[in-house]
Ligand binder design. Structure first.
Ligand code: BGC
Length: 413
């Protein structure tokens, strides 16, 4: 079967900090400007999406895609603790309205890694009252935006800090982290700096799971009546050899959030690669396997495995809220999309309730500590002029979306 069910969502995703530009009240902006810093370069103007969103959404729709997943930025909406910016909320009303005007379903993420700097200065997610603050932001935001929202996720990859404990291809120099953290807390005049990326996974996880459930209630308090879920990072975990720690890793990284998703309206999964897990932990890429610009194995089959893994554990609808590949060779992206979607069709044929495929990413954007080097976009962005150039992979995915099936397409350029 190469067709998808009627109403299947086809889209592309971004995150506020990665595309909007000048997110100056965020914790990450502070970290990007420390010396030393883990960041290869600061985000600065990013893709200037804050001003160009209308054109970007129009472009997405013109490709044939029907869904735009984006995040609203807590640091803009609540730049000072307890003080909300109506102008920032109005901005996101305009973004939502632009989606509707173009016949595009907006999927909103309320938290995609970045926090207000004051939140970091209070210790971030490791603090017991973090959830209260997040829930208040959700409640205030939905009051302003809820009538235009079609679908929402509380968190993007809240299980990432747990995953980072395991994966071996991210080499984070500990002394830089310490010095950067000390400098960041001095820069904002606080005694601490609690950033999501670098937090204690266990503490963070407990607080965020509780916050997810409470935020869900807040988001459902109206206006609007939209499903609320959570998007987790979920890789294809493969056991290698005897006494592999694969099951221990899955129990720590995935199971708690899959349980939380079971009590939500949907689960979003975000899959990029496979991980080989041996008796001591992650083994890293297998020699000889093609690598992406992120240093991950090029492994499009991972999506099917993740879907099956998730479907065996949750009974709620599943959306692929991110799948993609960092490459300068767009023909590899086309191949990656084709192969990943082949896996999705096999899952659908087996009755798995997959409702949408949202590609990461709409634009070449700010890839966190790696800066602008990795290219995940369906659309290239000129870093000097901000000019957008649609890549063949965007046309390829758009055509699949229009036909709602995988046609036997030659590459459309
Ligand atoms: C994140 C994105 C990121 C992408 C590619 C996901 O972990 O949600 O923000 O850019 O992966 O690394």
């Amino acid at each position: 079967m190469t067709s998808f069910p009627p109403g299947f969502l086809w889209g592309a995703a971004t995150a506020a900090h990665q595309v909007e530009g000048n997110n100056v009240n965020s914790d990450l902006w502070v970290l990007e400007h420390c010396n030393p810093t883990l960041f290869e370069e600061p985000s600065l103007d990013a893709c200037d999406h804050y001003h160009r969103f209308a054109d970007d959404i129009r472009l997405l729709a013109s490709l044939g895609l029907n869904t735009y997943r984006f995040s609203i930025e807590w640091a803009r909406i609540e730049p000072e603790q307890g003080r909300f910016s109506v102008s920032a909320l109005d901005h996101y009303r305009r973004v939502l309205a632009a989606c509707h005007e173009n016949g595009v379903t907006p999927m909103v993420t309320f938290y995609h890694f970045s926090s207000p700097r004051w939140f970091a200065g209070m210790g971030g997610w490791e603090k017991r009252n973090a959830g209260d603050l997040f829930v208040r932001y959700c409640e205030r935001s939905t009051r302003h935006l809820g009538d235009l929202i079609t679908s929402a996720s509380t968190f993007n990859e809240p299980n990432l800090p747990m995953l980072l404990r395991w994966i071996s291809n991210v080499d984070i120099p500990f002394t830089t982290v310490l010095r950067m953290g000390r400098q960041a807390s001095r820069a904002i005049g606080a005694g601490q700096f609690g950033c999501f990326f670098l937090g204690d996974g266990d503490k963070l996880q407990n607080h965020m799971i509780a916050a997810h459930h409470r935020a869900m209630e807040a988001l459902k308090s109206g206006p609007g009546d939209y499903p609320v879920g959570v998007n987790i990072t979920l890789q294809d975990e493969q056991a290698v050899g005897q006494n592999s720690k694969r099951d221990k890793k899955c129990a720590e990284v995935y199971e708690p959030w899959l349980a939380a998703a079971s009590r939500s309206d949907f689960l979003g999964i975000q899959t990029y690669t496979r991980c080989r897990v041996g008796k001591k932990g992650d083994l890293g890429p297998e020699p000889g396997v093609e690598l992406t610009q992120m240093g991950y194995e090029y492994w499009p089959d991972a999506l099917e495995v993740s879907l099956r893994y998730a479907a065996a554990r949750v009974r709620v609808p599943i959306y692929i809220t991110e799948s993609g590949v960092a490459t300068d060779d767009d023909s590899r992206r086309i191949d990656f999309i084709r192969q990943s979607l082949g896996g999705v069709t096999r899952c659908l044929a087996d009755g798995i309730d997959v409702r949408g495929y949202i590609h990461w990413s709409l634009l070449d954007n700010f890839e966190w500590i790696y800066g602008y080097r990795p290219k995940f976009g369906l659309i290239a962005v000129n870093r000097e002029t901000q000019e957008r150039t649609v890549k063949p992979s965007a046309h390829y995915l758009g055509e699949i979306a229009r036909q709602n099936r995988i046609p036997d397409l030659a590459v459309i350029g």
